[in-house]
Ligand binder design. Structure first.
Ligand code: SAM
Length: 229
């Protein structure tokens, strides 16, 4: 799967794209990530991308023309990319949206904002606006990385054992069950006997019960959303 990022800070991506799961996925050719500097499409001698807000107010707003020029250029070379703007005003990202992006979109073009955000008319250039949470970051770079990592994990071949994706939190509308490894006892807390029993059916049932219990305790909204859908 192809990911393209449009940003004022291309250097931000050097380390996150070179290590861990994403770094390996790029090396193995399961995904590609191309970072495009927005400044390249800036206006005039100084490659200006922002300006003061009409009507007054603090901070600077990103102008629409550099973004339109960048989108036109990138899409002329990579047609069919799904255009996403990262903004705290967008739809709240969740695993269902991530799954749709991984399964239905051939590639993503992700726009990271800065300063006070974008001129309102930029919205008309995008297919979708996404937020990664109800808080405000200084820029959209971390948000684009969140989308890339969450989507890339679902691209075939990226996660070694696809079974692990089937059981993890949100995959079936539940939080994951508690996990244990060695030692058998840690500061008075013992690994539940059932996990040492070797009885796979019993373990499966225990894990499902625990997942339901944990979801009811911590995220009852997930269960009610599931019932409604
Ligand atoms: N003035 C904007 C507002 O109140 O909605 C916030 C601008 S924010 C300081 C700068 C940029 O960071 C945004 O354009 C967006 O790209 C990114 N950003 C900040 N918080 C975000 C979030 N929760 N999800 C996605 N992107 C976010």
């Amino acid at each position: 799967m192809e990911f393209h990022v449009l940003t004022l800070f291309p250097e931000f991506f050097d380390s996150p794209l070179s290590c861990g799961l994403i770094g390996r996925a790029i090396k193995a050719g399961h995904i590609s990530v191309t970072v495009h500097p927005l400044r390249k499409y800036g206006l005039g001698r100084y490659r200006q991308v922002d300006d003061a807000p009409y009507g007054g107010g603090h901070g600077m707003v990103i102008r629409p023309e550099p973004i339109a020029a960048a989108f036109d250029d990138i899409l002329s070379r990579h047609p069919g990319l799904w255009r996403i703007i990262l903004t705290p005003q967008g739809r709240l990202l969740n695993q269902q949206i991530v799954r749709t992006l991984a399964e239905r979109r051939p590639g993503l073009l992700l726009l990271a904002g800065r300063y006070e955000g974008f001129d309102e008319r930029v919205r008309s250039l995008a297919d979708e606006e996404l937020s990664i949470g109800d808080y405000v970051l200084a820029g959209g770079e971390i948000a684009t990385l969140v989308v890339i990592e969450a989507v890339a994990r679902l691209v075939p071949g990226v996660v070694g054992n696809p079974e692990s994706l089937r059981e993890e939190s949100f995959s079936n509308g539940l939080l994951e069950y508690p996990q244990y490894t060695r030692p058998r006892e840690f500061r008075g807390q013992r690994v539940p006997d059932v996990l040492l029993s070797g009885d796979h059916e019993k373990i499966r049932r225990w894990r499902l019960e625990q997942a339901i219990k944990r979801t009811l305790e911590r995220r009852p909204d997930l269960i009610s959303n599931k019932t409604e859908s």
